[in-house]
Design a protein around this ligand. Structure first.
Ligand code: ATP
Ligand code: MG
Length: 457
């Protein structure tokens, strides 16, 4: 068997072996290479003790932050390579961190501490594949199986439960029966995991190709980290637009937006406020007045708790806030939205509304045509290089300064002009804008409002 290696990984293996140590690529890179996917990065495992590894790579740049866990990061051929000594993890008293690590000279022991059979294989050119736990067979069958007793392994480190779901989602695999049962039984242990570790696995899970199926299968596991989702599970909408309960609708909608984190998160949270805002109309139909606002509140709490970066958070909340907004098919309205959200977020909003519509009762999927027309319209509007922000105006701060405007009055006047350009009461040409400004000033004076324009003292 020959697996492709990056130049840096090949060189690192050769250097360690030449110095008399065993060395292998291991874990995710072996799994991905066997699947024919390009490995994201190469992790190496070796019989060399950390100080021996340091000696082998003495001539190369190294980062030693992981030394306590036996990891030396070496920069070879421009690649950072994590080289870790064969390791046995000690007991886990907190279901989070091993109390201590012990180095070993046995590759098998190192493989046994790894989470899943598909992640426990090692490979080196000339030596072939080392697969102690049937990882290759599980890869072929699309199975996530814990190495050893699943329940024990989840008790040692509960994050593995979320990792199991993450790999199931990303690879479109299923959990083997014992691993599946243990994931359900041990889910409450996830509450002890640090938000940073949860955040990373959750993000990857959501962006996987089978995210919807995993969400539908494991709401209780996700609910151990994000209990706010639980009221959605099985919540009957009692509304003709909907053929699913709120959670199933959410999971289906997640699959219908591109695998980008802000979109997937916005879909996950768009209806999270529904159970709290439910009311039954006289017609027997369920309504959820004001649910986007409640969804924003709940999502904001969750995203801050899990320490999602501020930019992601803001993008998600904007999309949740407007997921139900009525978008009219007129160039003027579209220009307003483009001005309000910026083109990128506006197109994301169309994707969100599309995901939402695709997960409703089939009779109501006609909204998809409306969204396609809106997208075409927005592209047309943008092709005309429209004026969408004050920066796009044909007059600027300089012009207003020359006219005697000072301080906040400048921003106010520019925003007022932009507003008129957006509603097409004036064209974005310098003379037209200056004329309009003079008019607005005159009107303001007539109304005896304090003049927006302040002359030099
Ligand atoms: P990715 O492609 O996302 O990097 P990966 O499998 O490489 O996936 P990493 O988090 O980079 O995942 O971990 C590298 C390897 O370390 C895994 O393949 C697995 O063998 C082992 N590992 C990582 N986290 C754990 C854990 N919590 N418990 C046991 N083994 C783990
Ligand atoms: Mg990795």
């Amino acid at each position: 068997m020959n697996l492709p290696l990056s130049p840096g990984a090949a060189k690192a293996l050769a250097l360690l072996q030449a110095a008399g140590y065993e060395a292998w690529i291991v874990g995710g890179c072996v799994r991905d290479a066997l699947l024919g996917l390009p490995p994201k990065d190469y992790d190496l495992t070796t019989s060399a003790l950390p100080e021996e590894t340091q000696r082998v790579f003495a001539a190369y740049p190294r980062i030693e932050t992981g030394l306590r866990h036996g990891t030396v990061t070496v920069l070879l051929e421009g690649e950072p390579l994590e080289i870790t000594t064969y390791r046995v993890d000690g007991a886990y008293s907190d279901a989070r961190h091993p109390d201590g690590v012990t180095f070993t000279r046995s590759l098998r022991q190192d493989a046994a501490r790894r989470d899943f059979t598909i992640n426990a294989m090692a490979y080196a050119p000339g030596q072939g594949l080392q697969d102690f736990f049937g990882g290759q067979a599980d890869l072929a069958q699309g199975t996530i199986r814990a190495v050893g007793r699943a329940e024990t392994r989840f008790h040692e480190d509960a994050l593995r439960i979320l990792r199991a779901l993450r790999f199931a989602s990303v690879l479109d695999f299923t959990l083997e029966a014992e691993t599946h049962q243990a994931a359900l039984a041990c889910a409450p242990l996830l509450a002890a995991i640090s938000p940073e570790r949860v955040f990373s696995e959750l993000g990857k899970l959501l962006c996987g190709k089978a995210a919807g199926r995993v969400l539908r299968t494991y709401p209780q596991v996700l609910g151990a980290v994000v209990p706010e989702i639980l009221p959605m599970v099985g919540f009957d909408q009692r509304n003709a637009h909907h053929c699913y309960d709120v959670w199933t609708h959410t999971a289906v909608a997640v699959d219908h937006v591109p695998p980008e984190l802000p979109l997937r998160l916005a879909m996950l949270f768009h209806d999270i406020g529904k159970p709290d805002t439910f009311s039954l109309g006289e017609d027997g139909q369920g309504h959820f007045y004001g649910h986007p606002r409640r969804s924003v509140e709940l999502a904001e709490g969750i995203l801050s708790r899990l320490r999602f970066p501020r930019r992601t958070r803001e993008r998600v909340l904007t999309l949740v806030r407007y997921h139900d907004a009525v978008l009219e098919e007129s160039p003027q309205r579209v220009r307003r939205w483009l001005n309000k959200l910026g083109p990128e977020v506006f197109f994301d909003l169309l994707a969100i509304q599309g995901g939402d519509a695709a997960a409703q009762a089939p009779a109501y999927c006609t909204r998809l045509d409306h969204l396609r027309r809106l997208e075409a319209l927005a592209r047309q509007v943008l092709d005309q290089a429209p004026c969408l922000t004050v920066r796009d105006l044909a007059v600027g701060g300089e012009d207003l300064l020359a006219l005697g405007y000072r301080g906040p009055a400048i921003g106010r006047a520019l925003r007022a002009l932009l507003d008129q350009v957006l509603s097409e009461t004036v064209s974005n040409e310098k003379n037209a804008l200056l004329q309009r400004l003079a008019q607005m000033d005159a009107e303001n004076t007539e109304k005896m409002e304090p003049c927006s324009k302040k002359k030099d003292p």
